[in-house]
Design a protein around this ligand. Structure first.
Ligand SMILES: Cc1cc2nc3c(=O)[nH]c(=O)nc-3n(C[C@H](O)[C@H](O)[C@H](O)COP(=O)(O)OP(=O)(O)OC[C@H]3O[C@@H](n4cnc5c(N)ncnc54)[C@H](O)[C@@H]3O)c2cc1C
Length: 505
């Protein structure tokens, strides 16, 4: 027997308020079915994939975190061109179905770049082109590319770009959120090096945003995340490739304060020679069943030899247990070391904080993490780490040279440290406890940094927990400007209503 909502109401099997919800859900499901059918008619059967098909599953399996790959949307638009994205957005806004967008899917929280049925996911993973300009000064990147293959292509032209320190991380989300690179101390964020965005707007128009055309949108996209449009191509600066020096070293945990002090000294030297990148990672590693601390080193000087890396002298003086530092290496090899430490397919969450250089906070974050995760260590696959990365004044000066940012950062802020808490586990049953532990550490660190007068308000969107208030951290005036840009390019507010995932203005 089939029941309608009105018959269930009549027989008292449904309360009026529940009936409103059911009606709403049914309408949404019908809209999503309609949306996917229309999408398939317009874009063709190979571009619109449904659950159960191998194409759909392959794309879903390629998310970085388990939480993201567990979400099953009504259908996936596997876009191959800006026109596909434009056609998709027209259907989606006409039908009113909810959607999410993914490039490579490395933002780990559930729903960052995926959406459950009745929502539709626009998947840009196949848009992974890399085209070097004739004068070799710029390169056009599809959002679905990963940095490893991008570097491989650029190598053939003796070029590089301001990209990820992991080979697997995506061009699209990384660049949209800012993007910290080993080149950042000299060239700023990846987004500072975008000279043109090709964007699909809410009404389906494909436009370019650069210094001469749609300049407000260009400026907004450097801070606008999932609010202004879908980027279908990034044209970015290319730089001459130089051999690199670098690698990583492992230490006894007792060396933590010393290595952190040394990193602060290294950051202070960057104004003289902004060619070095480094970080310190402290945590518990499940495979080693032990606490670990390691530091990463990268130097981009012309010949890549250690003699040029005086910059790191204090860090190099700290006694170490293991060492992979070598001359004449390249970005992909350095990134491989990161990728080994950050395998895909696990449950994972990031959280972030920014503070002025302060060893005490770093030591405190490590000790507090120990305490917060103590009851969880031993459960399957649990690891946690806190990585500390300098945001040097030279980086912020490069950002300013490129036109400044609406993210609320300025060279006047001085050298800063960016914290990325990264926790990993296997079982869904541990989700709540792991997330609670992460929140405990971040809340403690925020309060402690405030107390010590070293808190910087900025929260890095690409490392934030979904409920960290990233946009408030940019400052009221910047949000006002971003909202004006949003209203100009989407005057019906369609993206705000329908685009789920990511961070919202
Ligand atoms: C192993 C690993 C290494 C990392 N290394 C670094 C690093 O070196 N430096 C650094 O700064 N960060 C790093 N990150 C963080 C990384 O920058 C973010 O996870 C980033 O979002 C990944 O980009 P993606 O394309 O894979 O993201 P996705 O998960 O596909 O997207 C992230 C967000 O951006 C939105 N989005 C993506 N593409 C588009 C588009 N084309 N148009 C509009 N919206 C879009 C999505 O909807 C989503 O909300 C790393 C992360 C991991 C897991």
């Amino acid at each position: 027997m089939r029941f309608t909502v009105s018959s269930l109401l009549l027989f008292g099997l449904l309360s009026p308020s529940r009936a409103v919800t059911v009606n709403h859900d049914l309408r949404e499901e019908a809209a999503a079915r309609d949306c996917c059918q229309t999408l398939q008619r317009q874009l063709g059967p190979t571009a619109v994939l449904f659950p159960g098909s191998s194409g759909f599953q392959q794309l879903v399996n390629s998310y970085y975190s388990r939480q993201e790959s567990e979400i099953v949307s009504q259908c996936r638009v596997s876009a191959r061109s800006a026109k596909d994205v434009s056609d998709a957005i027209k259907v989606i806004t006409n039908t009113g179905c909810k959607f999410a967008v993914r490039s490579v899917g490395h933002m780990p929280w559930a729903g960052a770049a995926n959406i459950a049925a009745p929502g539709v996911t626009i998947d840009l993973k196949l848009m992974d082109s890399v085209n070097v300009s004739a004068d070799r000064k710029t390169v056009s990147l599809g959002p679905g590319g990963s940095w490893g293959p991008v570097y491989d292509t650029l190598d053939r032209f003796n070029l590089t770009a301001v990209g990820g320190r992991s080979n697997t991380v995506g061009v699209g989300g990384f660049t949209l959120g800012g993007g910290f690179s080993n080149l950042s101390p000299s060239h700023g964020f990846a987004s500072d090096n975008v000279i043109n965005y090709q964007v699909v707007l809410a009404d389906g128009r494909i436009v370019n945003a650069n210094k001469n055309s749609n300049f407000d949108l260009y400026r907004g996209l450097k801070a606008g995340s999932t609010n202004l449009g879908i980027i279908t191509r990034y044209d970015v600066n290319a730089f001459p490739l130089t051999p690199k020096w670098g690698g990583s070293r492992g230490y006894n945990v007792s060396q933590g304060p010393a290595i952190f002090d040394a990193m602060a000294k290294f950051t202070g030297k960057l104004p003289k020679e902004p060619l070095g990148g480094g970080s310190v990672v402290w945590g518990y590693n499940e495979q080693m069943k032990n606490d670990t601390i390691f530091a990463t080193f990268a130097y981009l000087g012309a010949d890549g030899t250690q003699s040029k890396a005086e910059l790191f002298s204090e860090m190099l003086d700290v006694p170490f247990n293991s060492d992979t530092i070598r001359t004449n290496t390249n970005q992909q090899a350095l990134s491989d070391e990161v990728d080994v430490a950050f395998p895909p397919g696990l449950r994972r969450i990031f959280a972030t904080l920014t503070f002025k250089v302060d060893t005490q906070i770093a030591v405190g974050v490590y000790e507090k993490s120990h305490e917060a995760f103590a009851g969880l260590v031993g459960k399957e696959g649990i690891s946690w780490s806190a990585s500390f990365q300098p945001i040097s004044v030279t980086h912020l000066q490069a950002t300013q040279r490129a036109g400044g940012t609406l993210q609320g950062l300025s060279p006047k802020d001085g050298d800063l440290i960016l914290l990325n808490l990264n926790s990993v586990w296997v079982n869904e049953s541990d989700d709540a406890a792991m997330q609670a532990a992460v929140r405990k550490v971040i809340n403690w660190a925020t309060q402690e940094a405030k107390k010590r007068n070293v808190l910087h308000p900025w929260l890095y969107i690409n490392y934030a927990l979904p409920d960290q208030d990233v946009y408030s951290s940019y400052g009221r005036d910047n949000i006002k400007v971003l909202k004006q840009i949003q209203a100009k390019y989407d005057n019906k507010n369609l993206l705000a209503k329908l685009w789920k995932g990511g961070f919202k203005l």
